[in-house]
Design a protein around this ligand. Structure first.
Ligand code: PLP
Length: 457
């Protein structure tokens, strides 16, 4: 800890240094992500078609792959001031425990009631829904972080919020549900009997505990069948990565203040929003030939889209109502085994991150669950914060890099995203502490069966 006099433990920007525009990394990509396709026609989705499902301004952001900067409206910046800027932390105590010469920094996004980075996009999406004069929005939530963030955002703008929560989580995480209800959202376990697709799934699979793909289909149906409602999504889409670029822009500004540059930037990848946001401005420098960084995505071995998926067009939801997206996918019918990092259980991946991986600009690794929790435990004991299971994938990734530096003696600078806290994940920690946690990894045959059902585009 020789440096702790020179470099503070936490670095905050001043409020007037918080970025005033989001950065759209697609603007600097020579080969852009492939366009979204209409599932009915197979043609690229038009703005008009998408506006039946999504908010107008969000569609504009989604389809714009050339504008680099989008000014952040004042109302959103005002809300950000309640929990931003978020701190950039030097993990001195983790470094000491690992005995590494590496310097580890993390950007901490868990410092708000929703407990994750998802509030950065939720407030933007609620703002545009309000601006459009809508009555409310519908969405799905798996582990519950996105639903919580969206309820907070809708409460702020006085919008109705209808959340379809995967039934398994609804029953296992009653406190998440109550937080959402406290903020005024209605929460329905999915599959429900309120929608046509929900009734069909219940009839076909009696007693099912649901899935994210199925909850998405229900939320979309609810939105398109009610006047004044639109559907919003908390990850995967380019608009969400755009909003999450606030993480990377702040991290980059804080590191510049300290006079340090990361060698490697690491994040967990579910649908890709936090990682896409964290790396965005750094990736922009690489794409423009101004700098050189390594980027590493960490995903669960139980749901390994980037490391074992195929790069192909696939449906984003079980009911096949959302646009088709070209991405690394395990197949829309793939149901990952029970895994405690609920936020990382999506079959696909952001099209932008998929294309960057495909171009060789980003690496990916997968890790098994018990290794993730061992990393989480060490982090909690050294750095104090109890991390979310999702975030702990990134902690594991940073530890691997730091331990490599210990072998080689290199003093690399590592930056990772600590996306949230794990207070609602104590059954997972309990399984780890009791030694009953499993490490299910799909076989090649499991994946082949799922790939066989990919749409032929
Ligand atoms: C949702 C979530 C994730 C994963 O989502 P991305 O879109 O891949 O960022 C990671 N960490 C936490 C805490 C989450 O809630």
């Amino acid at each position: 800890m020789s440096n702790n006099v020179d470099i503070p433990y936490k670095t905050y920007l001043n409020e007037n240094e918080v970025p005033e525009a989001w950065y759209n990394v697609r603007a600097d990509m020579k080969t852009k992500p492939a366009p979204l396709l209409n599932p009915a026609t197979g043609n690229p989705v038009t703005a008009e078609e998408a506006e039946h499902i999504f908010c107008k301004e969000l569609v504009r952001q989604e389809l714009d792959d050339t504008t680099a900067y989008f000014p952040i409206p004042k109302e959103i910046r005002d809300f950000y001031r309640m929990f931003r800027p978020s701190p950039l932390v030097r993990a001195y105590f983790l470094e000491r425990a690992l005995g590494t010469p590496a310097k580890i920094y993390y950007k901490f996004e868990g410092n708000n009631t929703s407990g994750s980075h998802k509030l950065n996009s939720a407030i933007a999406q609620a703002y545009y829904a309000k601006e459009q004069g809508l009555k409310g929005v519908t969405t799905e939530t798996g582990a519950g972080q996105w639903g919580t963030a969206l309820s907070m955002a809708c409460a702020f703008f006085n919008l109705d919020c209808r959340v379809y929560m995967v039934k398994g989580s609804y029953e296992q995480k009653p406190f998440r549900r109550e937080v959402m209800r406290t903020y005024g959202a209605s929460v329905t376990p999915s599959p429900s009997m309120l929608t046509e697709v929900g009734r069909q799934i219940n009839a076909a699979h009696p007693g099912t505990t649901g899935s994210l793909g199925c909850a998405i289909s229900e939320a979309v149906e609810d939105a398109v069948s009610h006047e004044g409602y639109r559907y919003v999504l908390g990850s995967v889409l380019a608009q969400v990565l755009l909003h999450q670029s606030i993480i990377g822009l702040e991290a980059k500004a804080a590191m510049e203040k300290l006079g340090v540059k990361p060698d490697v930037i690491i994040g967990c990848a579910g649908g890709g929003s936090n990682l896409g946001g964290l790396i965005a401005p750094f990736m922009g420098e690489v794409l423009r030939g101004e700098a050189d960084y390594r980027f590493v995505a960490i995903e669960p071995a139980s749901c390994p889209s980037l490391t074992r998926g195929v790069y192909a067009y696939d449906y984003c939801d079980t009911g096949k109502v959302c646009p088709l997206q070209k991405m690394y996918t395990l197949g829309h019918d793939f149901i990952p085994s029970a895994n405690h990092a609920g936020g990382l259980r999506y079959h696909g991946m952001s099209a932008t991150l998929s294309e960057l991986k495909h171009q060789g600009l980003m690496e990916a690794k997968s890790v098994k669950q018990t290794d993730v929790f061992a990393a989480a435990q060490l982090f909690a004991r050294t750095e104090g914060t109890l991390p979310a299971p999702e975030s702990s994938h990134a902690i594991w990734g940073a530890m691997q890099e730091a331990l490599e530096c210990k072998k080689t003696g290199e003093e690399k600078t590592i930056l990772f995203g600590l996306t949230g806290t794990g207070y609602f994940d104590m059954t997972a920690y309990q399984a780890f502490n009791d030694g009953t946690m499993g490490d299910y990894i799909p076989t090649d045959d499991d994946l082949a069966a799922s790939f066989a059902k990919l749409p032929k585009v």
